[in-house]
Design a protein around this ligand. Structure first.
Ligand code: ATP
Ligand code: MG
Length: 332
């Protein structure tokens, strides 16, 4: 039997995460928060798939569920064809070599009592039974990682609070790279940085991808950053994916009304093209009590009766888009 290598690096199917608030005496049970409610997507080797959408639509919950930093309610997450959600805690720990995460605020995720070199060496020490070399080899690799992410060798002895925001994110990236991961989940990795520093860190991530073939699941608010870094983009609304397409198709020919509105808020690079402004009305509905049918129908300019009654499936539409153009709308 021949094994197929066509399986994507990461395949997520029907992922759900409902947060249930603990029962308290004499307090009525609160409805579960349907933060992520049946999302499916894949990430190929060396690819960047971005997740975009308004605050609270479930991007971080999706990212953390893939890593099992929160335990998904149901669904499937496969890494190179292997199901992650049924692994024991110990088996999952071993897979974390392949799967790393970087956060918006590296300060919160870096141990303030360790020096920079210890922070980067720590994952290698934790996996020292699995071929991460001798202590001397690990020290050498730390130095190499420092240079690779653009940190000076002197930075090795510093503590996290002695770094600037951009340098701290470089340190977080060096630590994520330490074990040669295949996928790095990036949750708003540049959102807290100054614009000029943002560009440097985004370019660093892209250089590392070109060099090591790392795939990124990239969460961001800033659509200019998303446009720069992504191969494909998935648009989320209230726990659902409403559209997925390759970057150019999504930005030039979006189909879902929500995507259109989201993109219309982005400054147009050519000042002669009139800006399309169709900003969203009001706040998104609560994920504890989402609208029936299409979750976007309460804010959608195209909504008809069917949208209130039937959930539109995410289905593939004819297109030349690389990886397909998938849309969940009754009319587009
Ligand atoms: N631990 C938790 N317990 C209960 N509800 C949660 C928890 N974490 C997130 N939520 C809720 O789940 C929904 C999705 O949150 P999530 O953080 O995934 O959104 P997001 O898209 O990352 O938003 P942002 O862009 O603001 O980071 C929100 O309504 C949020 O309030
Ligand atoms: Mg978030």
């Amino acid at each position: 039997m021949t094994t197929t290598t066509a399986a994507p690096l990461l395949q997520v199917r029907n992922l759900r995460k409902h947060y249930i608030s603990p029962k308290r005496w004499l307090r009525p049970a609160r409805p579960a928060i349907q933060a992520v409610d049946g999302v499916s997507f894949s990430v190929a080797r060396g690819e960047t798939l971005s997740l975009v959408g308004e605050s609270g639509c479930g991007k971080t919950t999706t990212a953390k569920s893939v890593m099992r930093l929160v335990e998904p309610t149901s669904g499937s997450v496969q890494l190179e064809g292997e199901e992650l959600l049924t692994l024991s805690a110990n088996e999952m720990r071993l897979r974390r070599r392949q799967l790393q995460i970087i956060f918006q605020d590296p300060y919160a995720s870096l141990n303030p009592r360790l020096t920079a070199s210890d922070i980067v060496a720590e994952p290698m020490r934790n996996f020292s039974n699995f071929g991460t070399g001798t202590a001397a080899e690990r020290r050498e690799r730390v130095q190499w990682l420092f240079s690779r992410v653009g940190l000076r060798p002197e930075a090795a002895k510093k503590f996290p609070h002695e770094f600037s925001g951009g340098q701290r994110q470089r340190l977080g990236i060096a630590r994520a790279l330490a074990l040669n991961p295949k996928l790095i989940v990036c949750d708003e990795p540049v959102s807290a940085l100054d614009v000029s520093v943002q560009a440097q860190v985004v370019n660093l991530l892209m250089d590392l991808q070109a060099e090591f073939g790392i795939a990124y699941l990239f969460v961001a608010h800033d659509l200019a950053v998303v446009r720069h870094i992504s191969h494909r983009v998935a648009v989320m609304y209230l726990g659902h994916i409403v559209e997925i397409a390759d970057r150019d198709t999504l930005f030039s020919a979006p189909r879902h009304p929500y995507t259109e509105i989201l993109l219309s808020a982005v400054p147009v690079p050519n000042p002669r093209t009139p800006a399309r402004r169709m900003l969203l009305q009001g706040d998104p509905p609560s994920p504890a009590n989402p609208p029936s049918g299409c979750r976007f129908h309460t804010r959608c300019p195209m909504a008809q009766a069917v949208c209130k009654e039937q959930v539109p499936e995410l289905t593939e539409r004819p297109s030349s888009s690389n990886g397909g153009h998938w849309v969940a709308c009754h009319f587009r």
